[in-house]
Write a protein that binds this ligand. Structure first.
Ligand code: SF4
Length: 436
């Protein structure tokens, strides 16, 4: 989904260098894919270092920090499943889900199983099970064994392993804390559209808080909405550049936080996109194209002048804006504690439709809630928008459904989801709520 067309690399990447040391193999600067693709086999994007041991495959970013683990044991659940470590230091287990229904449900071929409860309606708890749990714990021993096996074969390999060994689990956690200090705490939720780049985004706050403080919401903070100054945005960008250092080349996307970037002054919003592209050199990433992701609200969308979208269209890369509509039914909005009128939600939906039809690079998606306890009027109002008002089937402007409860997987809830998916004329998926 990234904008096509390869970027010019902004720094020279050394050529790949590979060494076999008995049962171990190391490849430095391994070239992965240059674009994110939705395919039913695992693809590795970016440039990375790889160590293969008898027990596991370990991947490291260009700062020598662990990013991926794949078990080679017989009891590893599936050869095409893997563990990813995010820059927020969360482990995520990507499972095939038996290849049944995963793509239809979340729009991706692999199901990210998370270490927190926001997606319990999907998948299980593989992170708590063997041998996944042990690999997350024991990977430093794999590196220790690789260092012993590969020592003295070449200077490049010795230096790379030495740098890799500097990043213990504790120092990786500290790096994540540094990221969180830069962006004012962990990012409680990423826009669902960041799935298009496997959630591989650099967070940058241009505002804090949100407008509504809805009763139902589990990701909000206590802050009233406020914009950051250009100086504050610049300072974050400098700190992010320092933190991500040599691995910047593996990012082509930013998330402009926090919960309502669209409510910012248009010049601040557009200026931040340009500044981030320039300072983080997104247009020169190893990964093709570039993308900006942000959230908006019903009020910020309705208040935005048409000129803003013209200006966004003219900026580098693609722009994905996600709007939390939640419901077009007044009884449900009141139940959710969302201080909006149903008519405002319907007007926002009309605007989303019109923007998606008008612009090529700007795409707006929307969220609705689902729950078995919600009245029929909620589902009828939703279908009036996503089926009746759309006319013919479209592939732009996804609708994401968010369960109100993050409890155990529910067949009834998935049944409701598939029923709605069949009726929707827009792409419809469950919202995979990821933090950073
Ligand atoms: S749903 Fe959005 S606007 Fe409402 S409280 Fe949560 S973050 Fe704020």
């Amino acid at each position: 989904m990234a904008e096509s067309g390869q970027n010019d690399n902004f720094r020279t990447i050394p050529p790949p260098f590979s060494q076999r040391c008995g049962d171990y193999r190391i490849e430095l600067f391994k070239r992965g894919k240059r674009s994110y693709e939705k395919v039913s086999y695992p693809i590795r994007c970016g440039v990375y270092h790889e160590i293969v041991t008898p027990n596991a495959v370990l991947h490291f970013d260009l700062n020598h920090q662990l990013i991926r683990l794949i078990g080679k044991q017989r009891d590893w659940p599936h050869p095409q499943e893997w563990l990813k470590r995010t820059i927020g230091n969360d482990w995520i287990y990507y499972s095939t889900g038996g290849y049944t229904g995963v793509f239809e449900t979340i729009g991706e071929f692999y199901l990210p199983n998370l270490p927190y409860s926001t997606n319990n309606h999907l998948g299980g708890t593989p992170l708590e099970k063997e041998p996944i749990r042990s690999l997350i714990q024991d990977w430093p021993q794999e590196i220790g064994a690789s260092a012993a096996a590969c020592s003295g074969y070449s200077e490049e390999i010795d230096q790379a392993i030495e740098r890799i060994r500097e990043f213990t689990p504790a120092s990786l956690a500290e790096k994540a804390q540094t990221l969180h200090r830069i962006v004012d705490g962990p990012v409680s939720v990423l826009p669902p559209d960041t799935r298009h780049v496997d959630y591989q985004v650099i967070p940058l706050n241009i505002s804090l808080g949100c407008l509504y403080k809805c009763g139902f919401c589990r990701v909000k903070n206590k802050r009233a909405f406020s914009e950051l100054s250009v100086a504050e945005i610049n300072a974050q960008l400098d700190d992010l550049h320092t933190l991500l250092a040599d691995n910047l080349i593996n990012f082509n996307s930013i998330f402009l936080g926090q919960h309502d970037g669209l409510n910012c002054n248009p010049s601040l919003l557009c200026g931040a996109v340009e500044l981030a592209h320039r300072k983080l050199e997104l247009g020169a990433s190893w990964i093709s194209g570039s993308n900006t992701f942000l959230f908006g609200s019903v009020n910020s969308l309705l208040a935005a002048e048409a000129k803003l979208f013209d200006n966004l269209e003219a900026l580098p890369g693609r722009i994905f804006i996600n709007i939390g509509l939640e419901s077009a039914d007044q009884a449900t909005l009141d139940y959710l504690g969302k201080p909006l009128k149903a008519a405002q939600v319907s007007a926002a939906f009309k605007r989303i439709k019109s923007i998606n039809e008008t612009y090529r690079k700007v795409e707006i998606s929307a969220n609705f809630v689902i729950d078995p306890e919600l009245p029929d009027s909620h589902y009828q109002a939703m279908l009036r928008l996503i089926r009746d008002e759309i006319g013919t089937v479209r592939d732009k402007g996804c609708i994401y459904l968010s369960p109100l409860r993050f409890d155990a997987p529910s067949r009834a809830r998935l049944f409701d989801f598939y029923k709605l998916k069949r009726l929707s004329r827009l792409p419809l998926f469950m919202y995979t709520i990821q933090r950073l």
